[in-house]
Ligand binder design. Structure first.
Ligand SMILES: [Zn+2]
Ligand SMILES: [Zn+2]
Length: 134
């Protein structure tokens, strides 16, 4: 029997960027690395990974930043919302900022990355696997 899809939509703060995603096989992670702290302007970034076929842009982000050689970070050029982290080494995965979902409720964090850079007032999330780097 086919598994029911868990379709959700999301977008940037101003609404210029929109997407639709099937969350059936979604995996959620936080990343405490310096790049995520800087680009998100927050203690950590939170990303959802889905198979590329599960993700559809309704209107694409025009901003593109190469914070490292590994990946492209796409963002809304109008309002600056960080939207994605895309690395050629993971061509079958789409990674997007979890909190850009219209309803980010009910997400369970499976992995915490770069915990070596976690700020001292942020506690580890119970049940999430901890990785000092990635
Ligand atoms: Zn925007
Ligand atoms: Zn990071």
């Amino acid at each position: 029997m086919a598994q029911a899809k868990d379709m959700r939509e999301g977008g940037c703060l101003c609404g210029a960027v929109r997407y639709r995603v099937d969350m059936t096989h979604a995996i959620h992670s936080t990343c405490h690395c310096r790049h995520c702290q800087k680009t998100h302007g927050a203690p950590f970034g939170m990303f959802t990974n889905v198979p590329v076929a599960a993700f559809t842009w309704l209107s694409r982000p025009e901003g593109e930043a190469h914070a490292s050689r590994r990946a492209v970070r796409r963002f809304c050029k109008e309002c600056g919302t960080p939207m994605t982290w895309e690395a050629p080494e993971y061509p079958d995965q789409q990674s997007f900022s979890s909190t850009t979902l219209d309803d980010p409720g009910g997400l369970t964090v499976a992995h915490e990355l770069y915990t070596s850079r976690r700020l001292p007032f942020i506690a580890p999330i119970a049940g999430a696997r901890q990785y000092e780097t990635e």
